[in-house]
Design a protein around this ligand. Structure first.
Ligand code: GLY
Ligand code: MN
Ligand code: MN
Length: 444
């Protein structure tokens, strides 16, 4: 098997993960980390399980994402051991021992019986167990010590070059899916078919996606996390919002695009929002407070809505009067990594101090300072959400909104454009735009 760039980067990644673990263990009084990969929980009164979702603490160490009941043991300063579960099970296919190049950096021990696995770390000092509470029945140690978890979560925001490369590749897959779903929309297919073609183009099954695809035609685009897939195409097509990612070695892409069925005011608003979104991506610079990007988004979106005639006051005033929040009620984005909303977004330091959200912005998931290696999403939107509009209509904000234009745009649901951006020491790297550009260059 050839060594590709990722395998070389993995070695350096593991050294970083180990160094972070060494510091966190020493600071919190532990010697050993024992990390469970997780189990697939059973459905109520049934022998069927829910899909297996690997613990991100486990997959931060190694690219094993589909193997329940495995255990990573890291005794500070020593080569990690992977205890690889290989049950004697003729109902399911037992995973073979991993043989990829990364395995050179671990000791790998297969085991048959979870009840006997503890022999492998009985002499490893003070043990911190990391995993869901039902996964460690047979094992002894301190379960999920909060101060240790906080340190690990804080550090995970800064991605290693290996992790960024995984996300580059996840974006490439996602871009392929987005192009396939757009083609389905353009030929009049249903939400369901657009979703299925998305999966096919990514070569990933639904449960491998980092989150449920949001495939929303017309008014459905006003539902921020629209979860259905209509089996029939609408009789009249206005718009298409697709928020769908992909994963590579467990690392997520989280990409949204919005399309108009034809030219007109909604298509113009998409074009305006695209310009705003690119400006905001340019703000993902080292040393920048992410909360300021969120507030900048409100100002820019407010100005766009003012210029297009949707509201009657410009961005700064619209932000101050809570009018932009009627149309843009979520945060400008979040950390991205092994989890689509990656952990540690509000942490100010390794001790667990937090950066507060700006007053009146309860849904902002990221309040940290940016630094090189932090990967975030930038996802501004303008939506026509009935419940928020109804409330605004009854208070002082109602006078500042052009209700005739709102009525015209309601059948289009809303717009969101979302890219994945890496903060660097200089110009931000836009993983998503780069992936689309490369794909389009190949297919031109
Ligand atoms: N796809 C979920 C999000 O954009 O946060
Ligand atoms: Mn998204
Ligand atoms: Mn997102």
């Amino acid at each position: 098997m050839g060594i590709d760039k990722l395998d070389q980067l993995y070695e350096q990644h593991l050294m970083t993960v180990r160094r972070r673990a060494d510091l966190a263990l020493a600071a919190t009084g532990f010697d050993t980390l024992v990390i469970h990969s997780g189990i697939a929980p059973l459905q109520f009164l049934d022998d069927q399980s829910y899909p297996f979702k690997v613990s991100p603490h486990f997959s931060a160490w190694l690219p094993v994402n589909a193997s329940p009941r495995c255990i990573l043991v890291y005794n500070s300063g020593h080569k990690p051991t992977l205890l690889f579960y290989q049950p004697d099970d003729y109902w399911h296919k037992t995973a073979p021992l991993p043989r990829a190049p990364w395995t050179a950096h671990m000791q790998i021990i297969p085991f048959l019986d979870p009840k006997q696995v503890s022999v492998h770390w009985s002499t490893l000092g003070r043990v911190a167990l990391i995993g869901a509470d039902h996964t460690f029945d047979e094992l002894h140690g301190t379960l999920n010590p909060p101060n240790l978890l906080t340190r690990l979560h804080f550090d995970r925001a800064i991605k290693t070059p290996y992790e960024v490369e995984c996300m580059r590749r996840a974006n490439t897959l996602g871009a392929q899916g987005h192009r396939a779903a757009l083609a389905a929309f353009r030929r009049g297919a249903s939400e369901y078919i657009a979703h299925m073609e998305y999966l096919l183009a990514c070569n990933q099954r639904e449960e491998e996606m980092p989150y449920n695809n949001i495939v929303a035609f017309n008014e459905h685009a006003a539902v921020l996390h629209y979860q259905h897939l209509a089996r029939n195409a609408p009789t009249h097509s206005n718009s298409f919002l697709i928020d769908a990612g992909a994963q590579y070695r467990g690392y997520a892409a989280d990409i949204t695009r919005t399309y108009a069925a034809r030219g007109g005011a909604f298509a113009d608003l998409i074009a305006g929002l695209d310009i705003v979104q690119l400006k905001l991506c340019g703000e993902v610079t080292s040393g920048r407070d992410y909360r300021d990007i969120h507030l900048s988004a409100h100002r820019l979106l407010g100005d766009l809505m003012y210029d297009s005639g949707l509201i009657k006051i410009p961005g700064q005033a619209a932000l101050e009067q809570g009018i932009t929040s009627v149309f843009f009620p979520h945060g400008i984005g979040h950390l991205l990594g092994l989890q689509v909303h990656d952990v540690g977004g509000v942490l100010a330091d390794v001790e667990g101090k937090e950066h507060q959200r700006p007053k009146g912005h309860p849904y902002l998931r990221l309040t940290r300072m940016l630094e090189p290696g932090v990967v975030v999403t930038i996802e501004p939107g303008i939506y026509f959400i009935d419940s928020l509009l109804a409330t605004a209509r009854t208070d002082a904000r109602g006078e500042q909104i052009n209700w005739t234009f709102v009525e015209e745009l309601r059948p289009y649901g809303g717009i969101r454009i979302e890219d994945n951006v890496v903060a660097t020491a200089s110009v931000p790297e836009n993983l998503t735009r780069d992936a689309f550009s490369k794909l389009d260059a190949q297919t031109a």
